[in-house]
Design a protein around this ligand. Structure first.
Ligand code: GLU
Length: 306
């Protein structure tokens, strides 16, 4: 008789969810490695989801490049990668559910109009029944979540200036917003724990509000320190990040492991990637990850940014 897991929530499912806005850089390799090690340590699944719902920001060929770089680093995922661009019917269905519950409004404001609203003030569209044509769909967020517990950063408090009140779940240009798609997919894919970069720490408040609206149990969250670039900003395509060099797999893995608080012995510095990863899975301890939002490491900056 097959053994069925009586409590599906006990199954660990993690994920890495890159946006194909450029090739993988060292910061995204750190997020990939951290989420991979946590899933493998807990003998769970590690899924890859390509978050390609923003065509204007997409770089042609980036999805394939990202998947290839993961493979070159022996970060093999489970199941078939999911592409958000193929899931828009589900996102619309979930928006319709929120609309039917009266949790949304159609907003015709421009960015400038929204920026000029006083903090904590709802935009006037919230009080009017406006046409859905050429409108953003905004979520009426009344969840008022003020803090959450993060497995790395521990207690995270909402910043006072952030009203959280009315974020877009579908943009005026008809594209689905990241906050909506990420929550819909994390629920649909049964993600039990989200391990990602601390650039998304405060997005978690928006996402927790959506979990509540969908009546879904949120995953646990673990936000890893960000890698900074030479100019002190988050390492990103716009901020001088170099694309990961697939000729330097061992060094990249070694550096990413050290960045995440592991102390790989020098003997591993020339080991095969699978031996390095096996060592890292064994040694992995989420509680040893530096509890910092960002890490200002000059050696890493010199190696991985211009
Ligand atoms: N797609 C997002 C990014 O590349 C990450 C989403 C997430 O991990 O929640 O920044």
């Amino acid at each position: 008789m097959p053994i069925l897991n009586a409590n599906p929530s006990l199954v660990y499912v993690g994920r890495f969810a890159p946006s194909p806005s450029g090739p993988l850089h060292f910061g995204s390799l750190v997020a990939a490695l951290g989420s991979y090690l946590q899933a493998r340590k807990l003998q769970g699944k590690w899924l890859v989801r390509i978050e390609d719902i923003d065509p204007p920001r997409e770089i042609s060929g980036a999805s394939a490049h990202i998947l290839d770089t993961l493979e070159q680093h022996h970060l093999y995922w489970d199941d078939t990668p999911v592409y958000q661009s193929q899931r828009t019917a589900l996102y619309q269905e979930k928006i319709n559910e929120l609309v039917a519950q009266g949790l949304t409004f159609f907003c015709h404001c421009t960015r400038a109009q929204l920026a000029s609203l006083a903090a904590k003030k709802l935009c006037p569209c919230a009080d009017n029944v406006l046409s859905a044509d050429d409108a953003a769909v905004r979520f009426k967020n009344s969840a008022d979540i003020v803090s959450f517990y993060d497995l790395v950063q521990q207690q995270v408090n909402r910043v006072v200036s952030d009203t959280q009140a009315q974020f877009a779940i579908k943009r005026k240009d008809g594209l689905f917003a990241y906050q909506l798609a990420v929550v819909v997919d994390d629920i649909a894919q049964g993600i039990s724990e989200v391990v990602r970069g601390a650039d998304l720490l405060h997005a978690t408040f928006y996402q927790l509000a959506l979990y509540k609206a969908f009546g879904a149990q949120p995953p646990r969250f673990a936000h890893l320190p960000l890698v900074l670039s030479a100019n002190g900003a988050k390492l990103s395509k716009q901020n001088h990040a170099l694309a990961i060099d697939n000729q330097q797999v061992t060094q990249n893995l070694f550096n990413a492991m050290e960045f995440l608080g592991l102390m790989p012995p020098q003997s591993l510095a020339k080991a095969a990637p699978e031996d390095m990863l096996n060592w890292a899975i064994n040694a992995w301890d989420l509680s040893a990850v530096p509890r910092k939002i960002a890490c200002n490491d000059n050696r890493i900056k010199a190696l991985y940014s211009i």
